[in-house]
Design a protein. Structure first.
Length: 78
Protein backbone atom coordinates (compact mmCIF):
# COMPACT_ATOMS: atom_id res chain seq x y z
CA UNK A 1 0.00 0.00 0.00
CA UNK A 2 1.24 3.44 -0.85
CA UNK A 3 2.08 5.90 1.86
CA UNK A 4 0.25 9.22 2.05
CA UNK A 5 3.13 11.09 0.41
CA UNK A 6 3.35 8.46 -2.32
CA UNK A 7 -0.32 8.98 -3.15
CA UNK A 8 0.24 12.71 -3.38
CA UNK A 9 3.09 12.05 -5.79
CA UNK A 10 0.94 9.75 -7.93
CA UNK A 11 -1.95 12.23 -7.93
CA UNK A 12 0.46 15.07 -8.72
CA UNK A 13 1.92 13.17 -11.67
CA UNK A 14 -1.56 12.24 -12.91
CA UNK A 15 -2.58 15.89 -12.66
CA UNK A 16 0.50 16.88 -14.69
CA UNK A 17 -0.36 14.33 -17.39
CA UNK A 18 -3.97 15.50 -17.59
CA UNK A 19 -2.83 19.11 -17.54
CA UNK A 20 -0.45 18.49 -20.46
CA UNK A 21 -3.20 16.76 -22.44
CA UNK A 22 -5.53 19.69 -21.84
CA UNK A 23 -2.80 22.09 -22.96
CA UNK A 24 -2.28 20.09 -26.17
CA UNK A 25 -6.01 20.00 -26.86
CA UNK A 26 -6.22 23.74 -26.27
CA UNK A 27 -3.38 24.31 -28.76
CA UNK A 28 -5.07 22.08 -31.33
CA UNK A 29 -8.34 23.96 -30.83
CA UNK A 30 -6.57 27.31 -31.23
CA UNK A 31 -4.95 26.19 -34.48
CA UNK A 32 -8.25 24.85 -35.80
CA UNK A 33 -9.99 28.12 -34.94
CA UNK A 34 -7.23 30.07 -36.71
CA UNK A 35 -7.62 27.85 -39.81
CA UNK A 36 -11.39 28.28 -39.86
CA UNK A 37 -10.97 32.02 -39.38
CA UNK A 38 -8.56 32.22 -42.33
CA UNK A 39 -10.88 30.15 -44.52
CA UNK A 40 -13.86 32.29 -43.56
CA UNK A 41 -11.92 35.46 -44.33
CA UNK A 42 -10.84 34.05 -47.71
CA UNK A 43 -14.40 33.05 -48.62
CA UNK A 44 -15.66 36.49 -47.59
CA UNK A 45 -13.05 38.16 -49.81
CA UNK A 46 -14.08 35.98 -52.74
CA UNK A 47 -17.75 36.76 -52.14
CA UNK A 48 -16.96 40.48 -52.01
CA UNK A 49 -15.05 40.20 -55.30
CA UNK A 50 -17.93 38.31 -56.94
CA UNK A 51 -20.45 40.89 -55.75
CA UNK A 52 -18.25 43.70 -57.07
CA UNK A 53 -17.87 41.95 -60.42
CA UNK A 54 -21.62 41.48 -60.67
CA UNK A 55 -22.16 45.15 -59.85
CA UNK A 56 -19.57 46.14 -62.47
CA UNK A 57 -21.12 44.09 -65.29
CA UNK A 58 -24.77 44.79 -64.42
CA UNK A 59 -24.94 47.97 -66.56
CA UNK A 60 -23.57 46.01 -69.55
CA UNK A 61 -26.21 43.32 -69.07
CA UNK A 62 -28.87 46.00 -68.87
CA UNK A 63 -27.64 47.55 -72.13
CA UNK A 64 -27.62 44.16 -73.84
CA UNK A 65 -31.10 43.40 -72.58
CA UNK A 66 -32.39 46.72 -73.87
CA UNK A 67 -30.70 46.08 -77.24
CA UNK A 68 -32.33 42.67 -77.50
CA UNK A 69 -35.72 44.16 -76.66
CA UNK A 70 -35.22 46.90 -79.24
CA UNK A 71 -34.12 44.38 -81.88
CA UNK A 72 -37.12 42.23 -81.11
CA UNK A 73 -39.40 45.25 -81.44
CA UNK A 74 -37.80 46.26 -84.76
CA UNK A 75 -37.90 42.74 -86.24
CA UNK A 76 -41.43 42.29 -84.96
CA UNK A 77 -42.61 45.14 -87.15
CA UNK A 78 -40.91 43.86 -90.30
Amino acid sequence: MLAKNDWRLVVGKAFMVVSEEIKQLANQSRRAIENVSQMTESVQEEIDAAVQTAADVYPLFQMQFESVKESSRIFGTV
